[in-house]
Design a binder for this molecule. Sequence first.
Ligand SMILES: [Zn+2]
Length: 272
Amino acid sequence: MNTIFFIILFIMGTLFGSFLTLATYRIPLNKDITHEHSFCPNCNHKLEFMDLIPVLSYLCLGGKCRYCKKKISPRYITIELLTGLCFIGIAYALEMSVYMINAVQIIEYAIAILYLIFLFLIAGIDAENKKIDKRVLIYGITVACINIIYQYIYNIQNGYKYNLNRVIIYLFLTIILILVDLSTIKKTNKYDYMFDLLILTIIMCLFTYEITTIMSIACCILIIGFIVIINKLFNKNKKRKKNRTKFPIAFYLVTSNIIMFIISYLYMTYVF
Ligand SMILES: [Zn+2]
């Protein structure tokens, strides 16, 4: 029975993953993400129900579009599988099972999924466009506020202390950053990646706390450093491009955040 429960969660996860790949493609283009029908970006053919089943459609069609036979990026199936696994992983971490499920678990599960969607959207859009989308950041702040309200109520009701000063400082900082960011955009009409990266880091702090966030930043710097070294080693003799390639830092930061969160979870559960 429990296996069926986890299989259902996995299927739900892959459906979400499928929606996320669509959203990361459409949000930067300012396209509608809920009403418009899916179509192949190459031949523009409308996709039928059979083409939209996560994971299975990709496998059955051999990773190609049914209509124009153009290869579909393996990114789609990877993201669908990853979200499926995350849906199971979070349920496992919250010790959910069909036999024992309570309101607290359901709320925490929902908040974790909302945060996961935020991370995947930030990472997906950044990997494609080297950009952090403002609307996704505002979504992240909203989810962070929901989480704060929940944590506050939960801790007070159960007689625990809740450090409100910490979250107020973070929220205050975020508001200031957004205002400064918006005014600089208005003045110079230039997009500032670093500002948005800072807001992303604050949202991470609100969800995964300072230690995990600091470890995520360290891990992200290591990954980027590693890529830079590899690039230098392999492109030694090639002429260097004039415009330096920009790194999707947010993508690496999000990846590091997920890795660090899993590591700290495993550490807390099995070492302590
Ligand atoms: Zn096609």
